[in-house]
Write a protein that binds this ligand. Structure first.
Ligand code: H2U
Ligand code: ZN
Length: 348
């Protein structure tokens, strides 16, 4: 490792064009903290009080069907309504707003209340991938929908309201700020280079290897050079695809394998159901040309040292810029080193 990498330095995120302060000198002993596992709470396969379990009643007064495959429904408390507010004339340029319309859905990954993606089998995860692809196409085809955000909030620490394995979709008229930033960076990169930003990046990471967590024939998972969260990862496709709908059957299987591998390694790191916010960025569905865009998936887990010790983005980070002690390379090494057999089934 170069000397620079052992001392305080800043790293540049070419997707968002933000910087992160890295202070490796503060983590000479990266694992000073305790790493006790939480007492594992055994959940039932079916919970009569869960609003996501098959057959149960939801807040809308509707009953879920007796589903046995991934199941999607309209969020009963949507953040976006099918018609946005009426545009009000602003009486001041510093008080700008605009109406926003959209649709929110919830996807139950499995009928089993006690599982998470990490504990599901690859063919079951593949069904989730297929449903995500269908939803992207269906929602994206609506004239009023220009962006489809598929994501998962996992764990109480991330504000997840229910342990039943599920994710969400927020589809809307506008292209949200994070994606806008990425689109701009990717567009500029592709104009100035012979390849797209993330195709160039995945090639570089495969060559360097030090930030690689896992790869299969079609995808690679890395702790990005510019990661902010201790164990943040980026899932990259080795071929340029703009969305799930561009992926072949074999690639969708490959993505299911990647999700199983990554979430299992996360869980094994601190022997806990590793919390995170994760989601994929896909090409907007407004009909523009997105040949400069690469599908990818971000995982933002909050845990730092154990199942209970999380990183907070506070102080300097709120007021100045994000900071981390552990380097991305050290995190990738940790994630590579753990077993890919889930701790709940391995006979240790
Ligand atoms: P979170 O656990 O990430 O909060 O997602 C659960 C979603 O489920 C949440 O957005 C919705 C909430 O609005 N929900 C329903 O649609 N129906 C219900 O009966 C309860 C919760
Ligand atoms: Zn349930």
């Amino acid at each position: 490792m170069t000397d620079e990498r052992l001392r305080s330095h800043r790293r540049f995120n070419p997707l968002t064009r933000d910087w992160v302060l890295v202070s490796p000198q503060r983590s000479k002993r990266p694992w000073q903290g305790q790493t006790e596992a939480l007492a594992s709470t055994n959940r039932p396969q079916y919970d009569p009080d869960c609003y996501l379990c098959p057959g149960n009643l939801r807040a809308s007064g509707e009953n879920n069907p007796d589903y046995c495959e991934p199941f999607v429904f309209a969020n009963d408390f949507p953040a976006l309504l099918s018609t946005g507010g009426v545009k009000a004339e602003s009486d001041h340029p510093l008080l700008k707003s605009e109406p926003e319309a959209g649709e929110c859905r919830v996807i139950c990954f499995s009928p089993r209340h006690d599982l998470t993606l990490a504990q599901m089998e690859v063919p079951e995860i593949r069904k989730v991938v297929d449903l995500w692809a269908e939803q992207y196409l269906e929602l994206g085809a609506k004239p009023t929908i220009n962006h489809v955000q598929i994501f998962e909030n996992k764990g109480e620490m991330m504000g997840c309201s229910n342990p039943h394995p599920h994710g969400q979709i927020w589809a809307q008229q506008s292209i949200p700020s994070e994606i806008k930033k990425e689109l701009e960076s990717m567009r500029i990169h592709a104009n100035e280079h012979s390849n797209t930003l993330l195709q160039d990046y995945v090639a570089l990471e495969l060559e360097r290897g030090e930030r690689l967590v896992y790869q299969n024939e079609f995808f690679a998972v890395v702790v990005p050079f510019w990661a902010v969260w201790p164990f943040e990862t980026l899932v990259l496709c080795k071929r340029r695809v703009a969305s799930l709908s561009d992926m072949t059957d074999a690639e969708r299987d490959g993505l299911a394998d990647i999700l199983k591998q990554l979430t299992t390694r996360y869980d094994n790191l601190f022997e806990t159901r590793f919390p995170y916010s994760a989601g994929m960025h896909q090409a907007p569905t407004d009909g523009d040309d997105y040949s400069y865009f690469d599908w990818h998936m971000h995982f933002y887990p909050p845990l730092l040292r154990s199942a209970t010790i999380k990183k907070f983005l506070v102080g300097y980070e709120l007021l100045a810029e994000p900071q981390r002690d552990l380097t991305a390379e050290a995190s990738a090494e940790r994630l590579r080193a753990v077993s890919d057999i889930h701790y709940s089934v391995s006979d240790r």
